[in-house]
Design a protein around this ligand. Structure first.
Ligand code: AMP
Ligand code: ZN
Length: 465
């Protein structure tokens, strides 16, 4: 599989740098409210990357953290009158439910920042000892970016902005800041009254870790100095990932991430999503409007991850039609297989181009297109060939993480008596393992516009697409 890398601005093959497992880290949610569908664009694309690797027989180790201590979680837990841990536990649980509904595979490891305070303190100690960090008078500790010549490579901060000499004595204490705020950034924040009870002891006095540090510490803990891929939305390139590189390279050495995968932002109605504009959607908002999580997932993978994707409610309606069409196509293909063909082929058949698209810089919109083209090409296939095509279709579908809507079984009251009799005769033939007879009756039913679907103990009838 090939994928664009933010650091080198070129496509690279994705292969484990060591051993046979592809080990990757994704910056996870800040759990101070419900995740919005922009966040889920990023998480869904990371999921498709993992599923594609796994469908291609590469084992993965997926680590995604929970940010449960930072400026925002502390501020809002206090506003809610809850302890930080109660507050973040509630939002973490909601996030995980949304992930499950959207078909996201749970990460193999999901560490939280609060559970890794000692590791973060140890990393700061290493940085101070090596001259890359210093304590200020109030007991906060800052990373000295002038001490790391590689600073700014990932985000290509231009030289003018990054005259490291100029950053001396300028410091950012907030977790988040913009490009014009290039400055020494905070590793440890001295306790302030607005932190309430949220502080920990450290060699520099009571306080709490800065946001950027948590990922470096958890990566060191679970993936070591060098690992295969690091990912997040584009907003994380600067300063978050730039700061992670600085911290990890200076504290631990090693290569850090071999590959950087950044997902471009989701826009809503052509603009930025924001609470104040009233266009910030959560999964719950869309479910309330009658859409399913799979329709949301379909929309989120409907654009290439390197281009902005514009979300509209109309696109969800289009996704509903597209999913229904895929489901009809798959059912028709299954019907042409013949009842008793169980062939598990390894290839992709007419869905090879769709699979190739996924492996070519994770081109999800082209892969979706390839599913429809493949179904058209497979229209004349029967028996074993239809079965092989269906296996390929299902494999691409699994890599995309899509589940197709089931068609409701026909109301038995609406099934004409002769059709019912044919279906019963076929079921009896099947029970008697009279496959030829059962296939002939199935074909006969199909001619009359009915599909038979066999269950374990019974069959259902559906009008043919
Ligand atoms: P946060 O919970 O704010 O830490 O963000 C979680 C993830 O969502 C990060 O990888 C962000 O970069 C990503 N993200 C935030 N907003 C958007 C958006 N509008 N579109 C795509 N990804 C986003
Ligand atoms: Zn991070």
């Amino acid at each position: 599989m090939r994928l664009f890398d933010t650091l080198t601005r070129t496509e690279h093959d994705l292969r484990p740098i060591a051993g046979s497992t592809f080990r990757f880290y994704c910056c996870g949610p800040t759990v101070y409210g419900p995740a919005h569908i922009g966040n889920f664009r990023t998480f869904v694309l990371q999921d498709v990357l993992r599923r594609t690797l796994e469908t291609g027989a590469t084992r993965t180790l997926h680590v995604r953290n929970i940010t449960d201590v930072d400026d925002k979680t502390i501020r809002d837990s206090r506003k809610a009158g809850q302890t930080l841990s109660d507050f973040t536990a509630g939002w973490t649980a909601k996030f995980q439910v949304d992930c499950q509904k959207l078909g996201l595979l749970p990460p193999h490891i999901e560490p939280s920042a609060v559970e890794h305070i000692p590791q973060q303190i140890a990393m700061i100690e290493a940085l101070v000892a090596k001259g890359h960090a210093y304590a200020s008078d109030d007991g906060s500790v800052y990373f000295k970016i002038a001490s790391f010549p590689g600073y700014g490579k990932l985000s290509r901060l231009d030289q003018r902005e990054l005259d490291l000499g100029k950053t001396q004595n300028t410091r950012a204490n907030a977790d988040e800041y913009e490009k014009d705020g290039v400055s020494d950034f905070v590793l440890w924040k001295a306790r302030r009254p607005e932190d309430g009870d949220n502080f920990w002891p450290s060699p520099w006095g009571e306080g709490r870790p800065g946001w950027h540090l948590e990922c470096s510490a958890m990566i060191q803990e679970y993936l070591g100095n060098s690992f295969d891929l690091h990912s997040g939305g584009v907003d994380l390139v600067f300063p978050h990932h730039e700061n992670e590189i600085a911290q990890s390279a200076c504290a631990c050495g090693g290569h850090f991430a071999a590959h950087w995968f950044h997902i471009t932002h989701l826009l809503v109605d052509g603009g930025k999503m924001s609470k104040s504009l009233g266009n910030l959607y959560t999964l719950a908002d869309l479910e309330t409007r009658g859409f399913t999580p799979m329709e949301v997932r379909y929309v989120l993978i409907g654009g290439h991850y390197r281009k902005p994707l514009n979300f509209t409610l109309d696109s969800l309606s289009a996704a509903r039609e597209a999913l229904a069409k895929l489901a009809r196509g798959a059912r028709a293909l299954a019907a042409r297989m013949g009842a008793d063909t169980h062939l598990d082929s390894a290839g992709f058949g007419p869905f090879q181009p769709a699979w190739d698209n996924l492996n070519d810089d994770l081109n999800t919109p082209a892969a979706l297109g390839g599913l429809f083209t493949g179904l058209r090409e497979a229209a004349d296939l029967t028996g074993k060939n239809a079965a092989a095509a269906l296996a390929g279709f299902n494999r691409v579908l699994r890599a995309l993480g899509l589940a197709l809507p089931e068609e409701a079984p026909a109301d038995p009251a609406n099934i004409p008596e002769p059709v019912h009799a044919l279906a019963e005769a076929r079921w009896q033939a099947r029970l008697a393992k009279n496959w030829a007879e059962s296939d002939a009756l199935r074909a006969h039913l199909a001619e009359q516009g009915w599909l038979v679907k066999d269950g374990k103990d019974r069959y259902t009838l559906e009008p043919a697409p």
